[in-house]
Design a protein around this ligand. Sequence first.
Ligand SMILES: NC(=O)c1ccc[n+]([C@@H]2O[C@H](COP(=O)([O-])OP(=O)(O)OC[C@H]3O[C@@H](n4cnc5c(N)ncnc54)[C@H](OP(=O)(O)O)[C@@H]3O)[C@@H](O)[C@H]2O)c1
Length: 318
Amino acid sequence: MHAAVVTAFDSPPAYREFPVPTPRTPHEAVVDVIATGLHPRVRSQADGSHYTSTDELPLVPGIDGVGRAPDGSVRYFVLPDTTMGAMAEQTVIDLRRSIELPAGTDPVAVAAGMNPAMSSWVALRRRIDFRSGQSVLVLGATGSAGRLAVQVARLLGAGKVVGAGRHPGRLATLTELGADETVSLDGDPGEVDDRLGRAAADVDVVIDYLWGAPAAGAIRALVTERSDRGVPLTWVQIGSVAGPEAAIPSAALRAARLQIVGSGQGSVPTRDILAELPDLATEIASGKLRLDARGVPLADVGSAWAETGRDERIVITP
Ligand SMILES: NC(=O)c1ccc[n+]([C@@H]2O[C@H](COP(=O)([O-])OP(=O)(O)OC[C@H]3O[C@@H](n4cnc5c(N)ncnc54)[C@H](OP(=O)(O)O)[C@@H]3O)[C@@H](O)[C@H]2O)c1
């Protein structure tokens, strides 16, 4: 069979022959892969920079996808940390980490949306005690996960949603996705913090995809401008596209009821993540959660890797 194969962490995967994997336990099955998303997490798997990387090569990247099982069922699957990923004509899945999709489900939409949508869905349903009516700031709302977080927050009953991001075009689309207000993160950092302080000082929850200097500035701004610092502010750290570290002033943690938690693989038990798959897949399949996506044949994986546009999620379709 063919697969996208990484042989060096400083080169993109190449389309080439690769051995068909074999199941090792009665829970495993080989599936024909139909669609698998090229998520940022997959890029960091393929360049060895993800925190779960073991430096083992060669590896086939791809952490999740949609495939046809030997019984004919079409399933969404999540792979464990493995060197036999989903960017192949066939891969091996653990059936317990998969769900059957209803007939007629668009495999590209599911492969594109599950990973980015899961980040906020799991955070709000499993990581924190989120209650209907609470207000949410999405920091980094112009990325795929951020655009979905705006929709997820709304769908899960947020009373107010503020979306903050840089890209003006995508920022403008957030209102139709469910944001009540948007804040531009473009420009002078001091002015950005002022804008955030005005628009979002009293939110209950922040879903943070940025970390780095923008998150540190935002924490200072929200804590300073908060009208009641005794009201809990729960900061859910999910992505770190703006930097792996952030200089949080200690005073911010003393001066307000600020609680910073992370949400992702490890901080949320795998069984909790798996338990959320069916409901989330239903929302994506029904079109309630939307993300533009584009299918690219497996043979073109090299050129797909070179694309860095963020208007749509690339989905490899073997
Ligand atoms: N923990 C989890 O469960 C989980 C799950 C899924 C994803 N994630 C993480 O979430 C993050 C976002 O994923 P994604 O799928 O949305 O990626 P994406 O579609 O590539 O979007 C990333 C966005 O980050 C923004 N960005 C980059 N640097 C920035 C900066 N310095 N300041 C402000 N914005 C900046 C860009 O915004 P502009 O377009 O406005 O420039 C871009 O749209 C990644 O780190 C990913 O690994 C975590």
